[in-house]
Design a protein around this ligand. Structure first.
Ligand code: ZN
Length: 73
């Protein structure tokens, strides 16, 4: 019996865990940036790793998040 749902290879997992390159597209980031900023403001311990990683590596979205944070805070 072979399982059609292949587990992620160690390589794929390592890629997902690498925090040096964003793996969310800017479109995906923008789609949830409002929610992300709201969560971050209401709960300082809130973590959204894909967003955090993207914002750390993308100046455009980071600026957008900053603007939203100022607007909402
Ligand atoms: Zn971006």
């Amino acid at each position: 019996m072979t399982d059609p749902h292949q587990p992620l290879s160690p390589d794929a997992i390592a890629r997902l865990l690498t925090d040096t390159e964003p793996y969310l597209s800017c479109d995906e980031c923008f789609a949830r940036i409002d929610e992300y900023v709201e969560h971050t403001l209401s709960d300082p311990s809130y973590l959204d790793v894909p967003m955090d990683v993207h914002l750390a590596g993308c100046a455009v979205c980071a600026e957008e998040a900053e603007t939203l944070t100022e607007l909402l805070s």
